[in-house]
Every structure is written in C-alpha cells, then in structure tokens.
Design a protein. Structure first.
Length: 357
C-alpha cells in the first residue's frame, strides 16, 4: 500500500487503486458529493467537435430560465471563477468606487471559512493575498478589515446552510467598505430558499453555481458566475470566444430546460439523501451534510477511511483528517457495500463514533 493515500479532493480513484492492488471487488466511489443521477447525454459528439464552439445565446437563455436570473455568465466550471476572481480583484479592485474610500493597491486580507473547499484559499494565496479565517460566521470586526469574504453555502464539507438574510447583512457591511462577498453555491440546487442568486445583481455580491454537481456531469466543466455588470465585464475580458465547448453547450442547454427530468431527479436525490442520513444514524454515526453528501466527524476518521478503502469503498477524508464525507450511492449493491464496510469497522473499533460536528 502506498504511504500517501490522503489527497485534497475526491474523485481520484485511479490513484487510490494503485495503493490497494489486493482489493479485488469493484470499487464504490462515494468521494465527490456529485449527484450519482446524471443527465442523459444525447448529442452528435463528432459533429459537435468538428467546428469551433459558437456563441452562447441559447445556453445563456436556458441557464437564465433555470436559475431565474439574467445576469449570469457561463464559465468553464465554477473552478474557473474560483481561480480568476483573485486576479480580477487585484487588477481592478474598485470597479465602482464609493465616496471617501481608497482601494488602490488594496492590502487588506481576504476572509475564508476555516473548514471549506480548499481551492479558494489556494487561489487567493497564489495571487499574493493575505488570508484570514473565520469559524462559523465572520465577526463584525473581521468584515470591517477585509477586501473580500468567501462563504460556501451550503458549506463543503460540513453541509452547514447560511440563511440568505444573514448573508445579505454581511454583504451590506462589506460593500460599505468596497469589499466583495463571494458566495459559492455549488451544492445549492435543491435548497433555493437559502440562495443569494436573486440579489446577485448588486454591487460587490458575486454568486457561483455549478452545473456538474446537480446534473451529475462534472466532466462537462460548466458553471455560472452571477454578479454586477462591472464584475461580469471583467470576467468576460478573461474568457475567449470558445471557453465553453460545443458538447457542454448542447447538453447543458437541454438539461437546464428539462423540467420533467429535474422534477424526478429532485425526488430521487431527496429520497436517497434521507436514506444515507438514516443509515448513518442507525450505526450511531452523527452526521451533517447537504442533499448530496453526509459528513461524519470522528477522531478515528483516518483509520475508518483506510478500512473502507481496503474494502473497496472510497469516501473523502477531510483535509485535516477530522472526518469523512460520504456521497450518495446509486446502486443497491453500493448501498450494501457501504453499510457492510461501516458495520465491519464498528465491530473492530473500541471508541464511540458519535462525535458532534
């Protein structure tokens, strides 16, 4: 077995397999939190790739219908925005200056959740920004000292939801000081009541959405950035005419408008999400999560993670090794394998599992 089996992201099954060559069962990959119920692809792939991608008008119209806003910009995955927003802030920190403020060569820190998707911290650090962290919600003092604050709603990996009204209050405090509020809503699709997307036209408020997680097609590499006209214009300047490939445009345009599929898929996700929560509860494993995953915090997380891998069940070990995140199984065999693997670990484990998040 290789020594380094802890990676910063899920979905790295090929690398994991190399560490467990004696594991003979088909692997069950529950490491990503992406919906296992993917949208069926029905496109002429060859003809789609024979020409350069055309304009995004149909895609934009379909996305506007799905999200209920018309200030969205299609981007090649929400990761594109995570990586480029620091550059946009550095190059043009004050696109709509307010009276009596000066953000030229802004050296204020950027505020990030201590537990959350680590690519945010990686991107801001790469562009030379100083990082400061908050635990649950940013304090008033912190909001007055930063030039940007990132909130992941619901949080990945804890699954914590933030109330929209609370975030709008945070936005008001930040905007008064020419600071951004960036809300990463990658796992928001089934809980729109928490979303800030309808307010994303406001200055200094930026909302990111992911296509791949809800539609189960992360390889499409598509997302949306919702923001004010000034921020959208800056983002467009960094994109080229062919940023969204032809297949992604065709599939997403159809998927965004397919309300029947969305209705049935919502039901499937909700049922399976409740089933996963109930399974963990039956094993006395306290968890918290979103509709797409459950996270169990435990001092034994690393050993549990290793035990599951030895049985061919791949979940996500948190960055600080304080817990495991479990995505939704799709097949009945995957449910059975997960349950059996967890039960076998519990039989070998002498410490209580129920650690509160």
């Amino acid at each position: 077995m290789i020594e380094d089996v802890h990676f910063h992201h899920g979905g790295q099954l090929d690398r994991i397999k190399h560490g467990y060559p004696d594991q003979q069962l088909p692997w069950v990959d529950l490491s990503t939190g992406i919906s296992p119920f993917s949208y069926p692809i029905d496109v002429d792939v060859q003809s789609s790739y024979q020409c350069l991608p055309q304009g995004h008008k149909k895609l934009i119209a379909a996305a506007s219908s799905f999200y209920g806003v018309d200030n969205g910009l299609p981007i090649p995955g929400s990761m594109w925005a995570i990586q480029h927003l620091p550059l946009m802030r550095k190059v043009n920190p004050n696109p709509n200056p307010k009276p009596n403020t000066n953000t030229v060569n802004d050296i204020r820190p950027v505020l990030l959740p201590r537990v959350g998707f680590n690519e945010h911290a990686k991107a801001w650090s790469a562009w030379g920004f100083n990082i400061e962290y908050y635990e649950n919600m940013p304090s008033t003092d912190q909001l007055e000292r930063v030039q940007a604050c990132i909130v992941i709603n619901p949080n990945n990996p804890t699954g914590v939801h933030y109330q929209k009204q609370d975030l709008l209050k945070v936005h008001k405090k930040l905007s008064d000081n020419n600071a951004w509020l960036i809300v990463d809503e990658a796992f928001m699709d089934l809980t729109p009541e928490y979303s800030c997307i309808k307010e994303s036209w406001q200055q200094d408020l930026i909302v990111l959405r992911s296509f791949g997680k809800y539609f189960g097609l992360p390889g499409i590499r598509l997302g949306s950035l919702m923001a004010s006209e000034a921020v959208i214009a800056d983002a467009q300047n960094l994109l080229n005419e062919w940023s969204i490939n032809s297949v992604a445009q065709q599939v997403a345009t159809t998927a965004y408008l397919d309300e029947d599929w969305q209705y049935e898929t919502n039901k499937r996700i909700i049922v399976n999400s409740a089933r996963l929560k109930k399974l963990l509860e039956s094993l006395n494993m306290i968890s918290q999560g979103s509709d797409f995953f459950q996270t169990h915090v435990s001092s034994d997380a690393e050993s549990m993670y290793q035990h599951l891998l030895r049985l061919g069940v791949y979940v996500r070990l948190l960055d600080d090794q304080s817990g495991i995140r479990i995505g939704l199984p799709r097949e009945e065999d995957h449910w059975s394998r997960l349950e059996a693997a967890l039960k076998s670990y519990i039989k070998l484990n002498i410490k209580p599992l129920n650690t509160v998040i």
